[in-house]
Ligand binder design. Structure first.
Ligand code: DOR
Ligand code: ZN
Length: 349
Protein backbone atom coordinates (compact mmCIF):
# COMPACT_ATOMS: atom_id res chain seq x y z
CA UNK A 1 0.00 0.00 0.00
CA UNK A 2 1.30 3.46 -0.90
CA UNK A 3 1.95 5.43 2.30
CA UNK A 4 3.44 8.61 0.89
CA UNK A 5 2.83 10.55 -2.28
CA UNK A 6 4.94 13.45 -3.52
CA UNK A 7 3.44 15.59 -6.26
CA UNK A 8 4.25 18.93 -7.83
CA UNK A 9 2.70 21.75 -5.87
CA UNK A 10 -0.90 22.01 -7.12
CA UNK A 11 -2.89 24.95 -8.51
CA UNK A 12 -6.57 25.75 -8.24
CA UNK A 13 -8.02 26.71 -11.63
CA UNK A 14 -11.27 28.15 -10.22
CA UNK A 15 -11.43 29.88 -6.86
CA UNK A 16 -13.52 32.50 -5.07
CA UNK A 17 -11.46 34.65 -2.71
CA UNK A 18 -13.98 37.50 -2.14
CA UNK A 19 -12.64 40.74 -0.70
CA UNK A 20 -11.97 42.60 2.56
CA UNK A 21 -12.21 40.63 5.80
CA UNK A 22 -13.40 37.46 4.06
CA UNK A 23 -10.44 37.53 1.66
CA UNK A 24 -8.04 37.85 4.58
CA UNK A 25 -9.67 34.94 6.39
CA UNK A 26 -9.87 32.48 3.48
CA UNK A 27 -6.71 33.26 1.49
CA UNK A 28 -4.33 31.30 3.80
CA UNK A 29 -6.53 28.22 3.40
CA UNK A 30 -5.67 28.16 -0.30
CA UNK A 31 -2.13 29.56 -0.17
CA UNK A 32 -1.05 26.90 2.35
CA UNK A 33 -1.27 24.21 -0.34
CA UNK A 34 -1.75 25.84 -3.74
CA UNK A 35 0.87 27.84 -5.62
CA UNK A 36 -1.56 29.67 -7.88
CA UNK A 37 -5.27 30.06 -8.47
CA UNK A 38 -7.52 31.44 -11.16
CA UNK A 39 -9.41 34.01 -9.11
CA UNK A 40 -13.07 34.53 -9.96
CA UNK A 41 -14.18 38.10 -10.65
CA UNK A 42 -17.73 37.93 -9.24
CA UNK A 43 -17.27 40.57 -6.57
CA UNK A 44 -19.90 43.23 -5.94
CA UNK A 45 -19.39 45.21 -8.14
CA UNK A 46 -17.69 42.73 -10.49
CA UNK A 47 -14.07 42.94 -11.67
CA UNK A 48 -14.64 44.08 -15.25
CA UNK A 49 -11.65 46.14 -16.38
CA UNK A 50 -7.92 45.54 -16.35
CA UNK A 51 -7.52 48.37 -13.84
CA UNK A 52 -10.03 46.72 -11.51
CA UNK A 53 -8.25 43.37 -11.84
CA UNK A 54 -4.91 45.03 -11.04
CA UNK A 55 -6.35 46.67 -7.93
CA UNK A 56 -7.95 43.39 -6.82
CA UNK A 57 -4.65 41.56 -7.34
CA UNK A 58 -2.92 44.13 -5.11
CA UNK A 59 -5.53 43.60 -2.38
CA UNK A 60 -5.04 39.82 -2.57
CA UNK A 61 -1.26 40.12 -2.28
CA UNK A 62 -1.65 42.58 0.62
CA UNK A 63 -3.85 40.02 2.42
CA UNK A 64 -1.31 37.22 2.02
CA UNK A 65 0.34 36.37 5.35
CA UNK A 66 4.11 36.81 5.60
CA UNK A 67 6.02 33.70 4.64
CA UNK A 68 3.34 32.32 2.29
CA UNK A 69 3.91 32.16 -1.46
CA UNK A 70 0.92 32.40 -3.73
CA UNK A 71 0.26 33.87 -7.15
CA UNK A 72 -3.26 35.05 -7.97
CA UNK A 73 -4.09 34.58 -11.65
CA UNK A 74 -6.61 37.26 -12.45
CA UNK A 75 -9.77 37.07 -14.55
CA UNK A 76 -12.15 39.66 -15.98
CA UNK A 77 -15.90 39.47 -15.69
CA UNK A 78 -17.39 39.57 -19.19
CA UNK A 79 -20.20 42.09 -19.58
CA UNK A 80 -22.02 43.34 -22.65
CA UNK A 81 -20.02 46.56 -22.27
CA UNK A 82 -16.57 44.94 -22.02
CA UNK A 83 -14.02 46.72 -24.22
CA UNK A 84 -11.94 44.33 -26.37
CA UNK A 85 -8.98 46.72 -26.27
CA UNK A 86 -8.95 46.84 -22.47
CA UNK A 87 -9.01 43.02 -22.37
CA UNK A 88 -6.14 42.79 -24.85
CA UNK A 89 -4.01 45.28 -22.90
CA UNK A 90 -4.66 43.46 -19.60
CA UNK A 91 -3.65 40.19 -21.24
CA UNK A 92 -0.53 41.61 -22.90
CA UNK A 93 0.69 42.99 -19.57
CA UNK A 94 0.52 39.48 -18.10
CA UNK A 95 -2.05 40.49 -15.51
CA UNK A 96 -5.10 38.66 -16.82
CA UNK A 97 -5.15 34.95 -17.60
CA UNK A 98 -8.80 34.44 -18.57
CA UNK A 99 -12.15 36.13 -19.06
CA UNK A 100 -15.17 34.74 -17.25
CA UNK A 101 -18.58 34.30 -18.86
CA UNK A 102 -21.54 34.19 -16.52
CA UNK A 103 -24.86 33.89 -18.30
CA UNK A 104 -26.86 36.65 -16.55
CA UNK A 105 -28.56 35.34 -13.43
CA UNK A 106 -26.82 31.95 -13.43
CA UNK A 107 -25.34 32.21 -9.97
CA UNK A 108 -24.05 34.38 -7.12
CA UNK A 109 -23.39 37.97 -8.31
CA UNK A 110 -24.00 37.15 -11.96
CA UNK A 111 -26.54 39.90 -12.65
CA UNK A 112 -24.03 41.82 -14.84
CA UNK A 113 -23.43 38.76 -17.01
CA UNK A 114 -24.26 38.17 -20.64
CA UNK A 115 -27.81 38.14 -22.01
CA UNK A 116 -27.16 38.83 -25.69
CA UNK A 117 -24.16 36.98 -27.09
CA UNK A 118 -23.96 39.12 -30.22
CA UNK A 119 -22.87 42.00 -27.96
CA UNK A 120 -19.77 40.14 -26.71
CA UNK A 121 -18.71 38.69 -30.07
CA UNK A 122 -16.00 41.34 -30.70
CA UNK A 123 -14.41 40.57 -27.31
CA UNK A 124 -14.52 36.83 -27.93
CA UNK A 125 -12.98 37.25 -31.39
CA UNK A 126 -10.18 39.35 -29.96
CA UNK A 127 -9.56 36.75 -27.25
CA UNK A 128 -9.34 34.03 -29.89
CA UNK A 129 -6.76 36.13 -31.75
CA UNK A 130 -4.55 36.71 -28.74
CA UNK A 131 -4.97 33.24 -27.20
CA UNK A 132 -6.76 34.37 -24.03
CA UNK A 133 -9.09 31.62 -22.77
CA UNK A 134 -12.75 32.00 -21.85
CA UNK A 135 -13.92 30.44 -18.58
CA UNK A 136 -17.61 29.58 -18.68
CA UNK A 137 -20.23 29.07 -16.04
CA UNK A 138 -21.99 26.48 -18.16
CA UNK A 139 -25.64 26.76 -17.27
CA UNK A 140 -28.57 28.35 -19.07
CA UNK A 141 -30.82 30.48 -16.93
CA UNK A 142 -34.25 30.33 -18.57
CA UNK A 143 -36.98 29.68 -16.05
CA UNK A 144 -38.44 26.92 -18.22
CA UNK A 145 -35.28 24.77 -18.08
CA UNK A 146 -35.12 22.44 -15.09
CA UNK A 147 -32.19 23.22 -12.80
CA UNK A 148 -30.81 19.70 -13.19
CA UNK A 149 -30.80 20.09 -17.00
CA UNK A 150 -29.26 23.53 -17.23
CA UNK A 151 -25.71 22.36 -17.91
CA UNK A 152 -26.66 19.89 -20.64
CA UNK A 153 -28.87 22.51 -22.32
CA UNK A 154 -26.03 25.06 -22.11
CA UNK A 155 -23.79 22.72 -24.10
CA UNK A 156 -26.33 22.34 -26.89
CA UNK A 157 -27.67 25.88 -27.06
CA UNK A 158 -24.72 28.10 -26.07
CA UNK A 159 -21.35 26.34 -25.89
CA UNK A 160 -21.46 24.25 -29.01
CA UNK A 161 -22.77 27.09 -31.24
CA UNK A 162 -20.18 29.45 -29.73
CA UNK A 163 -17.32 27.05 -30.41
CA UNK A 164 -18.51 26.48 -33.97
CA UNK A 165 -18.79 30.22 -34.47
CA UNK A 166 -15.32 31.02 -33.09
CA UNK A 167 -13.38 27.73 -33.29
CA UNK A 168 -10.04 29.30 -32.33
CA UNK A 169 -11.38 30.52 -28.97
CA UNK A 170 -9.97 28.39 -26.16
CA UNK A 171 -12.69 27.59 -23.65
CA UNK A 172 -12.80 26.07 -20.19
CA UNK A 173 -16.08 24.55 -19.19
CA UNK A 174 -15.89 25.12 -15.47
CA UNK A 175 -17.13 22.94 -12.60
CA UNK A 176 -18.70 20.32 -14.84
CA UNK A 177 -21.35 18.20 -13.14
CA UNK A 178 -22.73 15.86 -15.80
CA UNK A 179 -21.70 12.92 -17.95
CA UNK A 180 -22.87 14.99 -20.94
CA UNK A 181 -20.26 17.64 -20.16
CA UNK A 182 -17.49 15.09 -19.57
CA UNK A 183 -18.33 13.38 -22.87
CA UNK A 184 -18.56 16.67 -24.76
CA UNK A 185 -15.13 17.77 -23.54
CA UNK A 186 -13.58 14.38 -24.20
CA UNK A 187 -14.87 14.31 -27.76
CA UNK A 188 -14.07 17.92 -28.61
CA UNK A 189 -11.06 18.92 -30.69
CA UNK A 190 -8.17 20.73 -28.96
CA UNK A 191 -9.00 24.02 -27.29
CA UNK A 192 -11.67 22.85 -24.85
CA UNK A 193 -10.86 21.92 -21.26
CA UNK A 194 -12.92 21.39 -18.12
CA UNK A 195 -12.43 21.92 -14.43
CA UNK A 196 -13.94 19.59 -11.87
CA UNK A 197 -14.53 20.55 -8.23
CA UNK A 198 -13.64 18.59 -5.13
CA UNK A 199 -17.21 18.56 -3.89
CA UNK A 200 -18.70 17.20 -7.12
CA UNK A 201 -16.30 14.25 -6.83
CA UNK A 202 -17.30 13.66 -3.20
CA UNK A 203 -21.08 14.10 -3.24
CA UNK A 204 -24.16 13.70 -5.42
CA UNK A 205 -27.66 15.11 -5.03
CA UNK A 206 -28.64 12.45 -2.50
CA UNK A 207 -26.09 13.87 -0.09
CA UNK A 208 -27.75 17.26 -0.55
CA UNK A 209 -31.35 16.17 -0.12
CA UNK A 210 -31.82 12.77 1.55
CA UNK A 211 -32.68 12.81 5.26
CA UNK A 212 -32.94 16.61 5.39
CA UNK A 213 -31.67 19.48 3.29
CA UNK A 214 -27.97 20.16 3.79
CA UNK A 215 -27.27 23.76 2.87
CA UNK A 216 -23.49 23.35 2.92
CA UNK A 217 -23.82 20.93 -0.01
CA UNK A 218 -25.78 23.43 -2.08
CA UNK A 219 -23.72 24.88 -4.89
CA UNK A 220 -24.14 25.81 -8.54
CA UNK A 221 -24.19 23.95 -10.77
CA UNK A 222 -26.14 21.83 -8.30
CA UNK A 223 -24.86 18.28 -7.69
CA UNK A 224 -26.50 15.75 -10.00
CA UNK A 225 -27.38 12.03 -9.58
CA UNK A 226 -24.78 9.43 -8.59
CA UNK A 227 -24.18 8.23 -12.16
CA UNK A 228 -22.98 11.74 -13.06
CA UNK A 229 -20.72 11.81 -10.01
CA UNK A 230 -19.23 8.54 -11.25
CA UNK A 231 -18.68 10.04 -14.71
CA UNK A 232 -16.84 12.98 -13.11
CA UNK A 233 -14.68 10.64 -11.05
CA UNK A 234 -13.83 8.71 -14.19
CA UNK A 235 -12.88 11.91 -16.06
CA UNK A 236 -10.84 13.39 -13.19
CA UNK A 237 -8.89 10.20 -12.55
CA UNK A 238 -8.35 9.35 -16.22
CA UNK A 239 -5.18 11.39 -16.63
CA UNK A 240 -6.78 12.99 -19.72
CA UNK A 241 -5.09 16.42 -19.94
CA UNK A 242 -8.36 18.21 -20.67
CA UNK A 243 -9.63 17.66 -17.10
CA UNK A 244 -8.09 19.55 -14.20
CA UNK A 245 -8.83 20.77 -10.70
CA UNK A 246 -10.86 23.92 -10.12
CA UNK A 247 -12.23 23.71 -6.60
CA UNK A 248 -14.82 26.49 -6.94
CA UNK A 249 -14.21 26.89 -3.21
CA UNK A 250 -16.77 29.59 -2.46
CA UNK A 251 -17.02 30.93 1.08
CA UNK A 252 -20.32 32.19 2.47
CA UNK A 253 -20.85 32.78 6.19
CA UNK A 254 -23.08 30.22 7.87
CA UNK A 255 -25.85 32.79 8.34
CA UNK A 256 -26.08 33.13 4.53
CA UNK A 257 -26.14 29.35 3.98
CA UNK A 258 -28.37 28.19 6.85
CA UNK A 259 -31.42 30.25 6.02
CA UNK A 260 -34.69 30.17 4.11
CA UNK A 261 -32.94 31.14 0.85
CA UNK A 262 -29.36 30.01 1.20
CA UNK A 263 -26.43 31.00 -1.02
CA UNK A 264 -24.75 28.54 -3.37
CA UNK A 265 -21.18 27.51 -2.64
CA UNK A 266 -19.07 24.87 -0.92
CA UNK A 267 -15.93 25.94 0.93
CA UNK A 268 -13.32 23.30 0.16
CA UNK A 269 -10.01 25.19 0.17
CA UNK A 270 -8.97 23.80 3.55
CA UNK A 271 -9.25 20.06 2.94
CA UNK A 272 -9.33 19.67 -0.85
CA UNK A 273 -6.02 17.86 -1.26
CA UNK A 274 -6.81 15.30 1.46
CA UNK A 275 -10.27 14.66 -0.04
CA UNK A 276 -8.85 14.31 -3.54
CA UNK A 277 -6.19 11.82 -2.43
CA UNK A 278 -8.93 9.77 -0.78
CA UNK A 279 -11.16 9.86 -3.86
CA UNK A 280 -8.31 9.08 -6.26
CA UNK A 281 -7.31 6.10 -4.13
CA UNK A 282 -10.91 4.86 -4.11
CA UNK A 283 -10.72 4.99 -7.90
CA UNK A 284 -7.34 3.16 -7.87
CA UNK A 285 -5.79 6.23 -9.48
CA UNK A 286 -3.45 7.81 -6.95
CA UNK A 287 -0.88 7.95 -9.73
CA UNK A 288 -3.17 10.35 -11.65
CA UNK A 289 -3.62 12.89 -8.85
CA UNK A 290 -0.58 14.92 -9.89
CA UNK A 291 -1.83 15.25 -13.46
CA UNK A 292 -5.26 16.42 -12.29
CA UNK A 293 -4.08 18.86 -9.61
CA UNK A 294 -0.70 20.06 -10.84
CA UNK A 295 0.06 19.30 -14.50
CA UNK A 296 -3.01 19.44 -16.75
CA UNK A 297 -4.09 22.94 -15.69
CA UNK A 298 -0.78 24.67 -16.45
CA UNK A 299 -0.59 22.83 -19.76
CA UNK A 300 -4.02 24.14 -20.80
CA UNK A 301 -3.25 27.67 -19.62
CA UNK A 302 0.20 27.51 -21.27
CA UNK A 303 1.97 28.25 -17.99
CA UNK A 304 4.93 26.42 -16.46
CA UNK A 305 4.28 23.78 -13.81
CA UNK A 306 5.28 24.70 -10.27
CA UNK A 307 8.73 23.90 -8.94
CA UNK A 308 7.53 23.20 -5.42
CA UNK A 309 6.16 19.92 -4.13
CA UNK A 310 3.33 18.79 -1.90
CA UNK A 311 3.69 15.67 0.21
CA UNK A 312 0.65 13.58 1.13
CA UNK A 313 0.87 10.87 3.76
CA UNK A 314 -1.57 8.19 4.74
CA UNK A 315 -2.88 9.48 8.05
CA UNK A 316 -6.18 10.94 9.11
CA UNK A 317 -6.17 14.52 10.37
CA UNK A 318 -8.74 16.71 12.02
CA UNK A 319 -9.44 19.59 9.67
CA UNK A 320 -11.20 22.59 11.18
CA UNK A 321 -14.97 22.38 10.98
CA UNK A 322 -15.25 26.15 10.55
CA UNK A 323 -13.04 29.07 9.59
CA UNK A 324 -13.72 32.11 11.75
CA UNK A 325 -14.08 35.45 9.97
CA UNK A 326 -15.09 38.89 11.28
CA UNK A 327 -18.35 38.46 9.35
CA UNK A 328 -19.10 35.12 11.02
CA UNK A 329 -18.03 31.48 10.68
CA UNK A 330 -17.63 29.72 7.32
CA UNK A 331 -18.25 25.96 7.39
CA UNK A 332 -15.55 23.81 5.80
CA UNK A 333 -16.91 21.21 3.37
CA UNK A 334 -17.53 17.83 5.02
CA UNK A 335 -16.99 15.12 2.39
CA UNK A 336 -18.98 12.61 4.43
CA UNK A 337 -15.91 10.43 5.02
CA UNK A 338 -12.67 10.86 6.92
CA UNK A 339 -9.93 11.31 4.32
CA UNK A 340 -7.32 8.60 4.71
CA UNK A 341 -4.66 11.09 3.60
CA UNK A 342 -3.37 14.39 4.85
CA UNK A 343 -0.98 17.03 3.56
CA UNK A 344 2.27 16.44 5.44
CA UNK A 345 4.31 19.27 3.94
CA UNK A 346 4.54 21.76 1.12
CA UNK A 347 7.68 23.27 -0.35
CA UNK A 348 7.51 26.44 -2.40
CA UNK A 349 10.66 25.77 -4.45
O1 DOR B 1 -21.80 27.44 -5.88
C1 DOR B 1 -21.35 28.45 -6.42
N1 DOR B 1 -20.90 29.50 -5.70
N2 DOR B 1 -21.31 28.50 -7.74
C2 DOR B 1 -20.95 29.59 -8.40
O2 DOR B 1 -20.94 29.57 -9.59
C3 DOR B 1 -20.64 30.84 -7.67
C4 DOR B 1 -20.18 30.56 -6.33
C5 DOR B 1 -20.11 31.79 -5.44
O3 DOR B 1 -19.60 32.81 -5.88
O4 DOR B 1 -20.54 31.69 -4.28
ZN1 ZN C 1 -17.33 29.54 -9.07
Amino acid sequence: MTERLVIRRPDDWHLHLRDGAMLKAVLPETARHFARAIVMPNLVPPVVTGAEAGAYRDRILAALPDGMTFEPLMTLYLTEETDPEDVAVAHASGLVKAVKLYPAGATTNSASGVRDFTKVRPVLERMAEIGLPLCTHGEVTSADVDIFDREAVFIDTVLDPLRRDIPELRVIMEHITTSQAADYVREAPAGLGATITTHHLAINRNHLLVGGIRPHYYCLPVAKRASHQQALRKAATSGDPRFFLGTDSAPHVDAAKETGCGCAGCFTATNTMAILAHVFEEESALDKLEAFAALNGPAFYRLPVNNGTLVLERRTTEYPVKIETPDGPVTVFDPGFTPAWHVASVSAE
